[in-house]
Design a binder for this molecule. Structure first.
Ligand SMILES: *[C@@H]1O[C@H](CO)[C@@H](O)[C@H](O)[C@H]1NC(C)=O
Ligand SMILES: *[C@@H]1O[C@H](CO)[C@@H](O)[C@H](O)[C@H]1NC(C)=O
Ligand SMILES: *[C@@H]1O[C@H](CO)[C@@H](O)[C@H](O)[C@H]1NC(C)=O
Ligand SMILES: *[C@@H]1O[C@H](CO)[C@@H](O)[C@H](O)[C@H]1NC(C)=O
Length: 208
């Protein structure tokens, strides 16, 4: 009887130790998985990226997000200024929503892996490019001054493979957000990325 108790006690201790080390390693993995990109070559961003999947901290924004057909972003006029070592770019987001295209453009600056909207009073968002394994994917974390707003996965392709999606889902989990919504790759992207703002509502900013 005593023997059995001892064995049980030992088993419990081992189980607890295992749990502790398991959660510890998960925490460490999260730190690595959601770290900002070590190095971002601004020229690498040039051109169009299709939205693959997105996640939000709350269901209302996720539901609104799911109603769009497609989204793409386009970086153009990437310029490096020697005077203040800042890279600026023109950024256009185009959302295909209920058969219409809504585009909005911004001047942005890039410092390391951080993208800032130059008109800060208009868009209080900071975007951080997070670590991603695939060279033709980018993961963008959007924060306003108060909290994490969304995490978006973009690619040069319209679809990513299961491992790439798994990597993104792990980042979402680490940031304690809702499971990602995956875009339908068969839905058309907006053709025009002309840079001039469309007169209609800006669905990219509406969910805030
Ligand atoms: C950097 O310098 C350019 C002109 O050289 C200027 O247009 C831009 O606003 C400056 N950016 C910052 C962040 O100071
Ligand atoms: C971006 O900056 C350029 C040059 O400073 C300016 O002409 C243009 O209107 C700006 N575009 C937007 C969308 O703010
Ligand atoms: C952005 O932040 C500034 C200062 O915190 C505030 O005055 C402004 O109203 C904010 N803009 C938006 C669109 O939330
Ligand atoms: C991206 O924007 C630039 C400048 O506005 C434009 O010339 C180019 O065609 C756009 N690219 C795509 C794929 O829409």
């Amino acid at each position: 009887m005593l023997m059995t108790r001892r064995v049980m006690f030992a088993t419990c201790v081992i189980a607890v130790l295992c749990l502790v080390s398991l959660s510890h390693s998960v925490a460490l993995d999260c730190e690595a998985s959601v770290r900002p990109l070590d190095e971002l070559d601004p020229d690498h961003l040039e051109g169009r990226w299709a939205l693959i999947a997105g996640s939000f901290p709350d269901p209302a924004h996720l539901d609104f997000f799911k109603r769009r057909d497609s989204t793409s972003i386009n970086f153009s006029n990437i310029n490096f200024s020697n005077t203040n070592s800042t890279t600026t770019s023109f950024y256009t987001a185009s959302v295909h929503f209920e058969g219409k295209c809504y585009s909005h453009s911004h001047n942005v600056s890039l410092e390391g892996s951080i993208l800032n909207f130059i008109e800060q009073d208009e868009v209080n968002l900071t975007v951080t490019f997070l670590h991603v394994s695939s060279p033709d994917c980018v993961v963008m974390r959007y924060d306003n001054s108060k909290k994490l707003q969304r995490l978006l996965l973009f690619s040069r392709r319209r679809e990513v493979n299961p491992q790439e999606m798994e990597e993104f889902s792990a980042q979402v989990k680490c940031l304690d957000m809702l499971p990602p919504a995956v875009m339908d790759p068969t839905k058309e992207l907006c053709q025009e990325h002309s840079g001039s703002d469309s007169a209609v509502v800006d669905t990219e900013r509406k969910p805030q």
